[in-house]
Design a protein around this ligand. Structure first.
Ligand SMILES: Cc1cc2nc3c(=O)[nH]c(=O)nc-3n(C[C@H](O)[C@H](O)[C@H](O)COP(=O)(O)OP(=O)(O)OC[C@H]3O[C@@H](n4cnc5c(N)ncnc54)[C@H](O)[C@@H]3O)c2cc1C
Length: 336
């Protein structure tokens, strides 16, 4: 019978992330023998913590070189673990650490790899997987003949395994790291504050900012600082989700616009298609490649200076022909 490997990594404190425990449930649910391999700080102790999961064998790489998440050393360690186990099927959590290195690992061990797996099946040894395609619009079920086959599973799909720790006696796998593997050091993590998150899929309102916020206004000047303050004030008060036109995020990449805006906010043909009950567009022209991203927005309103903009031509339920700076200042005052 084919064998599965649950390939896991520890966190900086030596514990396994929740997503790793989910992989143990997934591996057991496949109904075929499985091994567990752990890399990272405290790997052997982490194997002990999941000793009761039903694995046939445990492998670990706890070398100080893998104490920090680093592509070169993680890739070398993961490849060595897969080869030590000899498993045909490798299940791994879709953490940022593994998402970075596992495609390279698959190449090194001659494996095929699929990511964002949301379901697994095993019909008499014929393993299949499911993932979404085309921006979450099509759910595909598929299998592959190629082995090894690495499946990177999305977090939250399986319940985390729970059970007693024990003595796993994990086999320490030696990895011959090259000097070049060690030349990059992780010195810290920079990330936005949690409340800086502007994309809120559960919000009742999508607030879209267009490039008009950065254009010269009636006094002949740009007011980007004021625009940013008005938008952030509104987002905070209304707890709306922030969308953008392509033009605005393109300007952003030139360093000229709103610091909190990124390409992740872009709505439209080449952006996202969010789902919210209501949408309000401001300083946006409402061209088709943008408004096509509004197809799942229930009620659409727009504020634009241009009475002939795309919104006026059937794209919005209500168009306010007005200065968005003035409108949003009044709306913010009313919300206060
Ligand atoms: C292949 C292709 C794919 C594309 N994909 C996308 C996509 O995914 N998403 C997307 O958004 N676009 C996309 N575009 C670009 C799209 O066609 C438009 O160019 C873009 O949406 C325009 O952005 P905008 O309306 O913010 O800017 P502009 O066209 O510059 O419009 C700015 C608007 O702001 C108004 N304005 C200015 N000041 C004020 C004020 N004080 N108050 C109120 N209104 C004001 C102006 O009247 C104007 O209507 C795509 C284009 C192509 C060719």
């Amino acid at each position: 019978m084919a064998k599965t490997l649950a390939l896991l990594h520890t966190q900086a404190d030596g514990t396994l992330p929740k997503a790793a425990y989910e992989i143990l449930t997934a591996a057991a649910a496949l109904g075929q023998p499985f091994d567990v391999a752990v890399l990272g700080a405290g790997a052997a102790a982490a194997a002990d913590a999941v000793q009761g999961c039903g694995a046939s064998a445990f492998y670990a790489v706890g070398d100080p070189a893998v104490a920090q998440p680093r592509y070169a050393t993680d890739a070398a360690a993961a490849a060595a673990l897969i080869q030590a186990s000899g498993a045909e099927l490798v299940l791994a959590p879709g953490t940022s650490r593994f998402s970075r290195c596992l495609p390279g690992v698959a190449h090194r061990v001659g494996a095929q790899i699929d990511t964002h797996i949301v379901a697994l099946g095993n019909d008499g040894g014929a393993v299949s997987a499911q993932r979404w395609f085309y921006r979450q619009r099509i759910l595909g079920a598929f299998s592959r003949a190629a082995r090894p086959w690495v499946l990177v599973v999305d977090a939250g799909v399986f319940a985390p395994w729970q059970g007693a720790p024990g003595a796993a006696d994990a086999q320490a796998v030696a990895v011959a790291f090259a000097d070049d593997d060690l030349r990059t050091a992780v010195t810290g993590v920079q990330k936005p504050a949690a409340d800086a998150q502007t994309i809120r899929p559960e919000a009742k309102l999508l607030f879209v900012a267009g490039a008009g916020w950065t254009k010269k206004q009636k006094d002949g000047e740009c007011h980007i600082g004021e625009a940013g303050a008005l938008i952030l004030d509104f987002l905070g008060k209304a707890q709306a989700s922030l969308g953008s036109s392509k033009s605005l995020v393109d300007i952003q990449s030139e360093g000229e616009a709103l610091s909190f805006m990124s390409h992740m906010n872009q709505v439209g043909q080449t952006g996202s298609t969010p789902r919210h009950p209501k949408g309000l567009a401001t300083c946006c022209h409402g061209e088709e490649p943008h408004t096509v991203g509004w197809r799942f927005i229930g009620e659409r309103r727009a504020v634009s200076l241009d009475p002939n903009c795309g919104w006026a031509q059937g794209k919005a339920d209500v168009l306010y022909v007005a200065d968005a700076f003035e409108v949003m200042a009044k709306v913010n005052a009313a919300l206060a």
